[in-house]
Structures are given as C-alpha cells and as structure tokens.
Design a protein around this ligand. Structure first.
Ligand SMILES: Nc1nc2c(ncn2[C@@H]2O[C@H](COP(=O)(O)OP(=O)(O)OP(=O)(O)O)[C@@H](O)[C@H]2O)c(=O)[nH]1
Ligand SMILES: [Mg+2]
Length: 275
C-alpha cells in the first residue's frame, strides 16, 4: 500500500548496502556474501556436491550496474505504485513485461519489494509482523520498462483469498514474464508451499524460488534448506529455474542479484543471454 505523496518519507536516505557502490567498498568475502550469497555457501558443502546450479545466472558488474540503474528513480524515470486490485478486471492494462512475488503470509514478499525499491525511497511498500497483511495485488511500475506485483500470501486466510485472486492472475496475466515464489529461509519448504508449486506447474508458468530472511538462519539450517529445495526442484518441477536465489531484505544480500534477474527476465538486460 502507498501513502499519499505528501505523507511519504521525502528525502529518506537509502539504507546501507542498498547500492552496489557501497557493497564494492567491502572486503572481498563480505562482498561475495552480499552479491552472490549462494556462492558464499559453496565452500561449506561436502566435496563433490554438484554446484553447477549455483552459477547459472552469474552476471558481471556491468550487468549488475545496469540493473541497478533501472531500480533507481529520477525525474525522467519514475518508479511508482500504480494501483491495487482484488479482481483481474481491476488490474492495470497488461502493457509492460511483469513479474510477481508470491509465497506464504509473512515470508517477506513486501519486504523484498521494499528492498528492491530502496533506491526509490519515495515508493512506500507496507510490511507487517502480522501475517496476511497484504490483502490485494499491488502493482508497481518501473519507468516504462516493467511492472512488479506484490501478492497476498497463502497459509493464513488462504486458500480462499489466494486461490481466487492469485490463481486468476497467474492464469490470465499474459504479460507475466516470471513468478518469484518466496520460501522462508529459516523454516524451508512447507506443505502449504505446494499450493503455489502445484498451481504454477499445472499452468506451465515459469517461476523461480527465492529463499528469504537468510540473515535469520544459521549456516547449517540454510545449507539444509538450500540442498533440500534444489533437490525438490530437480525431482519435482518442470517450470522452476534450477538456481535458487537467497535474499535478506535487512542486510541486502542477494538483492542486487535479484534486481539483475528481474531486469533480465523482463527483457531489459540485452547483454545477458536469455535463459
Ligand atoms: N530478519 C528479517 N526479517 C524479515 C526479512 N524480510 C521480512 N522480514 C520480516 O518478516 C515479517 C513479514 O514481512 P512482510 O514483508 O510483510 O511479509 P509478506 O510476505 O509480505 O506477508 P503478507 O503480506 O502477510 O503475505 C516482517 O516482520 C518483516 O520485518 C528479512 O530478510 N530478514
Ligand atoms: Mg505483504
């Protein structure tokens, strides 16, 4: 949800590490942990573990910078909340390539979108400790390049809300380029996540899994969840991108890489080969 323009935190400073320039000042190991958190975990895996899937999308600095520029608003490149909808006939026209964020209530969808938009601090994305906070599909527009949708979660007051609203969206939205399915990094894949996986698989929609709140998970828990999910994706899915994305919306780990992947899947990074 967005506050009226006058109520927004005008001139609010971006948080530390929200911009690549800040990350580049860190020493190498810390920098890798922020930009490529999955690779940082590699060194703790048993020798011989197949890590080919950890590096399928591994952009260079130029691509990361290009993506960041898309997420930085200015006068000629506004980033803004467009509207909210509970029904598809209230959704904005499907004019631009679009990505959406789905996942259990409280998994961190709105927080991640807020982190992605941290270089456009005039955009207010509401987050809450209370599960089921986001009740509508919230559409955000990134200049003339793409739209991004924050979805209500499932698991709390679901399936009604989720199935009625999100299922229709996934089925009908023809400009949808990729769905980001968020999974809690502390608790890993849950039974309720199958609601989303089954839906995406049934509709043949390309999606990618994102492990959230990695700042709260111990390394052991994180490794277990990463390996379990990668195995699940390999064995049970057709439409899921094989590389898992890890993020912390608090520490900004994985946020720069995710900006780049969003830019890529919406066709805004011509230098990176399409996957
Ligand atoms: N430590 C930590 N907390 C997080 C992170 N992301 C989200 N949270 C917290 O998790 C809670 C839920 O975050 P939201 O972003 O509102 O979750 P949501 O998925 O949008 O939830 P619904 O709108 O209810 O579906 C909030 O208390 C956030 O502060 C993260 O990366 N790290
Ligand atoms: Mg939310």
């Amino acid at each position: 949800m967005l506050l009226p323009r006058a109520g927004r935190a005008a001139g609010r400073a971006s948080p530390p590490l929200a911009a690549l320039a800040q990350v580049l000042r860190l020493e190498r190991s810390r920098r890798t942990g922020i930009v490529f958190p999955l690779q940082k975990l590699e060194r703790y895996l048993a020798p011989g573990t197949d890590t080919a899937r950890f590096r399928l999308f591994q952009p260079g600095l130029a691509a990361l910078q290009r993506a960041e520029a898309l997420f930085r608003s200015d006068r000629g490149h506004p980033i803004d909340y467009v509207s909210s909808a509970v029904r598809m006939d209230h959704a904005p026209p499907p004019a631009l390539p679009e990505v959406c964020f789905i996942g259990r209530s409280n998994v961190g969808k709105s927080s991640l979108i807020r982190a992605l938009f941290s270089l456009a601090p005039e955009v207010e994305v509401r987050v809450s400790k209370t599960p089921g906070h986001t009740k509508k599909m919230n559409f955000f527009k990134v200049g003339k390049y793409f739209t991004l949708v924050d979805m209500p979660g499932y698991g709390y007051r679901a399936p009604q809300d989720f199935v009625e609203m999100v299922e229709a969206y996934l089925q009908e939205r023809r400009n949808l380029k990729r769905t980001f399915l968020l999974v809690d990094g502390v608790v890993g894949l849950q039974k309720t996540d199958n609601i989303a996986v089954e839906m995406l698989e049934e509709f043949g929609i390309p999606y990618v899994m994102v492990l959230t709140k990695i700042d709260r998970a111990s390394r052991g828990v994180l490794l277990k969840n990463v390996l379990e999910i990668q195995e699940f994706v390999k064995e049970n899915t057709q439409g899921c991108f094989p590389q898992l994305f890890l993020v912390s919306s608090v520490e900004f780990s994985g946020v720069h890489l995710l900006r780049c992947f969003v830019a890529h899947v919406t066709g805004n990074l011509p230098t990176v080969e399409a996957s």
